[in-house]
Design a protein around this ligand. Structure first.
Ligand SMILES: NC(=O)c1ccc[n+]([C@@H]2O[C@H](COP(=O)([O-])OP(=O)(O)OC[C@H]3O[C@@H](n4cnc5c(N)ncnc54)[C@H](O)[C@@H]3O)[C@@H](O)[C@H]2O)c1
Length: 282
């Protein structure tokens, strides 16, 4: 989608962090943006801040882990802007730790926000994008944790799901004029580590995100520090804008984790090597 000026985007999780960075970068290119978020105060502030730069933006409050609220946000976007060209399924939470501290609440919350909302976003906005025939782009925010997994916690599982969904949809939707990109950020300077600030009441009982091994308190402190010193969310937004303009399949933010992904590929290759030359029994 080369000419972004005048197009319309819906960005979820747009009140802060990466979502706000994406909304800002798109607005700077002349895109009209419907900003969707669960956090009402932060959303109002974000909308107001962007309007002061003469951006054409609107805010809609929705808990994207409820399909009816996401549908209502889509209705509001259509009522305000008409045609929708870009969908950024970005809202996400770090809910729950790995083996030993699982709870149903952690799984349900994380799957609801990080995965089901992305699926519903495609289901709701895909036909809207197809209907105007001007083409569209879907960007789904996964994570580097969608390509390498350090534990069996809900976060990584949902992010792998978002990568799988995006890779598959990219093939399915291309003939319909819709490009699909998956954003896989490394450490970005946001409030992600304090995700429980937006925990809906119905998911009470989530366990804190915890790492695979070692002292969980120290490890969490280390992750918090990496995020505090992480990449500027607006820089990520600018990369996403470039990804939309050029229909990038994968949008990475940096090369820090590339060797770890190479190591995963090597492990997969080893699995194939172990059975190479055998004749499977049928
Ligand atoms: N920060 C990082 O280092 C990092 C790395 C990889 C991936 N990500 C992903 O980036 C995305 C954005 O996260 P962030 O880092 O900007 O964190 P953030 O907490 O700063 O922003 C997330 C936004 O999503 C909103 N949100 C949370 N639950 C919601 C719900 N149920 N309905 C609607 N909105 C909801 C929050 O209010 C917030 O504005 C997430 O999908 C996250 O998993 C972040």
């Amino acid at each position: 989608m080369k000419d972004l000026a005048g197009k319309t985007a819906v960005v979820t999780g747009a009140a802060s962090g990466i979502g706000l960075g994406i909304a800002t970068a798109l607005a700077q290119a002349g895109v009209k943006v419907m900003m969707c978020d669960i956090e009402e105060g932060a959303l109002a502030k974000a909308v107001e801040g962007l309007r002061q730069t003469n951006a054409d933006v609107e805010g809609v409050r929705a808990d994207v882990s409820l399909k009816s609220e996401l549908q209502a946000a889509a209705d509001a976007a259509v009522a305000r802007y008409g045609k929708i060209h870009i969908l950024v399924n970005n809202a996400g939470v770090t809910g729950g730790g790995g083996y030993g501290v699982w709870t149903d609440a952690s799984w349900n919350w994380t799957i609801g926000v990080n995965l089901m909302a992305v699926i519903w976003g495609v289901e709701i906005f895909g036909p809207l994008m197809e209907s105007h025939g001007e083409g569209g782009q879907i960007v789904n925010t996964a994570s580097i944790a969608g390509l390498i997994s350090g534990n069996g916690g809900p976060y990584n599982v949902t992010k792998y799901g978002v990568v799988a969904l995006s890779e598959g949809l990219r093939v399915e939707l291309a003939p319909r004029g819709i490009g699909v990109s998956v954003l896989c950020p490394g450490f970005i300077r946001t409030q992600i580590i304090d995700s429980t600030r937006n925990l809906p009441e119905r998911f009470s009982g989530v366990t804190p995100a915890s790492p695979a091994s070692g002292d969980p308190v120290e490890a969490l402190k280390a992750i918090r520090e990496r995020i505090a010193g992480g990449i500027d969310p607006l820089y990520v937004g600018e990369l996403v804008r470039e990804g939309v303009e050029n229909d990038w399949a994968y949008i990475f933010t940096d090369n820090e984790f590339e060797p770890f992904i190479e190591a995963r590929f090597a492990g997969i290759r080893q699995g194939f090597d172990q059975i190479r030359g055998r004749e499977p029994r049928r």
